[in-house]
Design a protein around this ligand. Structure first.
Ligand SMILES: *Cc1c(COP(=O)(O)O)cnc(C)c1O
Length: 463
């Protein structure tokens, strides 16, 4: 093992150096992958030097999500204390289903869950679990809501349809979950939004009343804290009142921006969160831990047991349910995803997390003001969001993003809202400074100014 750890450090150092000089890798055409790196698996072992060379090459040719020019997804950067925790969890290799095999690591996960329940404003009797991501968290929230509406569905399946509601701007995992839990995608209603992209509560209530009038049974509403494209927040407090009126489960999908719970300054964006029944957030997005680090908390933990606990004598042989976390998780064997958040949180404190979150909002404000003031930019987002959406000089966003990627200048993506297509810059990397954001714009502008003609010609060909 010692030898391999040495190798790890060697490769890591090469990667860190390469990140400085080549922050964006030249993409390899997927059809030519085999010509660039030998990925084949063979009958005979490979010589060590060759192994090392191939592995290093593979690492250096992989897209660099921690570089200062990566803005493509809702994660980026590297929080080193979190990486440390994750590396240790790999060495320890526990599985989080029982206290017998995970010991104090169970305490680590429980401490985080308790703390988050507290911050959210859930009272005694609340609970939660780490999941394999926001999609899984949404699925679990929806499943608990289904069983809370009718516990017999677990045994008998659906005897009558149940109806769920989400905004048209919500994440596609809500659609997947609707099919996974057996309610059927056709029984998911998409509620329209205002011009900022926030769910219209009046439309939600109208749709609920219409469904009730037609003899259907509503059971679940998903509100989003940070929609995937525009990064806006549905009005949780207003939505919670509707949910209360019709006795519906309120789930808040905070996968993207749920980390805002740590910021006193920006917490008003999630007003009413304590009235929700379940809430999830991805620490691997706003808090910068390695993927995946996702938590779902629930106001009343009995729902976790109702939906996810099945007795298994071959597994649960010691200690109480409270410490055998397999009773409240989807998986059986489960990687320890808690330690990386704990090492980060422990090292910087809750105030440190708050600072990170505030810094991300400061960066977004800086970027928003930059595009808003600059006459060559058209802006599509409304500020107070980690997503800054714009076009530059009216150039087609997908052409520009693809060209930037292919020429290894910048990694950034595009999105849609209603009729508009635009570049989406996200400020989710807390390692970045205002200078890095400025550098993003300079790279983009410099590229466009020297390739404008081509970019416009491609546009003509495409459209
Ligand atoms: C990213 C995201 C998800 C999905 O989370 P994964 O961890 O990628 O599965 C769900 N909802 C929203 C709003 C997201 O932005």
């Amino acid at each position: 093992m010692q030898e391999d750890l040495k190798t790890f450090i060697e490769i890591a150092n090469k990667l860190f150096e390469d990140e400085q000089h080549n922050p964006v890798v030249f993409p390899i055409n997927p059809n030519e992958l085999s010509q660039h790196i030998d990925l084949t698996l063979n009958d005979n072992p490979i010589a060590y030097n060759e192994f090392l060379e191939t592995l290093t090459k593979l690492v250096l040719q992989t897209p660099k999500t921690s570089s200062k020019l990566f803005f493509n997804q809702l994660f980026g950067g590297r929080q080193s204390k979190a990486v440390l925790g994750d590396l240790l969890s790999i060495l320890l290799n526990n599985s989080m289903y029982t206290y017998k095999v995970a010991g104090p690591q169970i305490g680590v996960e429980k401490e985080i869950i308790n703390k988050i329940c507290n911050i959210v404003g859930y009272e005694d009797g609340s609970g939660g679990t780490f999941t394999v991501g926001g999609s899984m968290s949404n699925f679990m929230g929806m499943l608990m809501a289904r069983d809370a509406a009718n516990l017999k569905i677990r045994e008998q399946g659906f005897t009558k349809p149940l109806i769920a509601y989400t905004s048209i701007e919500s994440h596609y995992s809500i659609i997947k979950s609707a099919s996974f839990i057996g309610m059927g995608k056709n029984n998911l209603r998409f509620i329209s939004t205002n011009e900022k992209g926030e769910m219209l509560t009046s439309e939600l209530e109208k749709q609920i009343l219409e469904d009730i009038a037609n003899g259907y049974t509503p059971f679940f509403v998903n509100a989003t804290a940070g929609t995937t494209v525009l990064g806006v927040f549905d009005p949780i407090d207003e939505i919670s009142k509707v949910c209360k009126r019709y006795n519906l489960w309120l789930h808040v999908d905070g996968a993207y921006c749920g980390g805002v719970i740590f910021s006193k300054k920006h917490k008003s964006l999630i007003n009413g969160l304590e009235k929700s029944d379940s809430f999830n957030f991805n620490a691997h997005k706003m808090l910068g831990t390695p993927l995946v680090c996702s938590v779902i908390v629930v106001k009343n933990k009995k729902h976790l047991y109702n939906s996810f606990s099945v007795d298994a004598d071959y597994l649960y042989q010691t200690d109480g349910d409270d410490f055998n976390l397999g009773k409240t998780s989807f998986q059986c064997g489960r990687k320890n995803e808690a330690l990386k958040l704990w090492t980060l949180w422990k090292s910087v404190g809750t105030f440190g997390l708050e600072k990170m979150v505030n810094h991300l909002f400061d960066l977004s404000k800086f970027a928003y003001e930059y595009v808003n003031k600059h006459p060559d930019y058209t802006v599509y987002s409304s500020g107070n969001s980690l997503s800054i959406c714009f076009n530059y000089k009216g150039i087609d966003a997908s052409n520009l993003c693809t060209a930037l990627y292919e020429d290894a200048k910048l990694v950034v993506g595009f999105g849609n809202f209603r009729e508009d297509k635009f570049i989406r810059l996200v400020t989710v990397n807390a390692n970045n400074t205002e200078a890095d954001i400025l550098n993003f714009f300079k790279e983009l502008e410099g590229y466009v100014d020297s390739n404008e003609l081509t970019l416009r010609t491609i546009k003509k060909v495409v459209s």
